[in-house]
Design a protein around this ligand. Structure first.
Ligand SMILES: [Zn+2]
Length: 173
């Protein structure tokens, strides 16, 4: 990961000081399958380490931590040097990403667990709600940076869903 950070961010370290949270959905139907995919450490876009995320949030709202938040993890081009990645279990089943985003937002237990996790990370690291992004909106983050000119082309967590989640974060007691 340190070698990736050097190539893409000019940072010779894999130590993470989180300033951003990026939301994803797995496009698979279980936490176990997501964890097993990440564990394979398969090259992505011709480079290692394989993609991963710090947390996976299951349908029940339970969050599994895969990587310490002090270590960078490869989940969103341009933001891995500053961002915690959270994967939410949600398949697309042939539907659009916008549909999948809405399934998560409608699943009370899961979105409740997600909100609690995001909120606790915001408190721990002083991350404002404006720095909670979706993979689909990651290119617009002011901290986006990639020395190789890479850009995200993923559509998980689009602008409408991110706006809704930010409203719900702001509404928490
Ligand atoms: Zn993603």
């Amino acid at each position: 990961m340190a070698a990736y950070a050097k190539r893409h961010y000019g940072v010779d370290s894999a130590t993470l000081h989180p300033k951003v949270i990026v939301l994803h959905f797995t496009a698979g139907d279980s936490a176990a399958s997501a964890i097993s995919t990440f564990s394979r450490d398969t090259a992505a876009l011709g480079e290692l380490p394989g993609t991963c995320a710090h947390y996976v949030v299951d349908y029940s709202g339970v969050a599994y931590q895969l990587v310490p938040t002090s270590v960078m993890c490869r989940h969103a081009i341009g933001l891995n040097h500053v961002a915690i990645g959270i994967e939410v279990v949600q398949p697309t089943n042939g539907h659009s990403s916008a549909w999948a985003d809405q399934q998560i937002l409608a699943r009370t237990a899961q979105v409740g667990g997600l909100l609690a996790l995001v909120r606790s990370l915001q408190h721990e690291y002083g991350i404002p709600t404006s720095m909670v992004y979706g993979h689909a909106t990651a290119n617009s983050c002011p901290l986006f940076r990639d020395l190789q000119g890479w850009r995200n082309d993923h559509t998980d967590w689009g602008a409408a869903a991110v706006t809704e989640l930010r409203h719900r974060l702001d509404a928490l007691p």
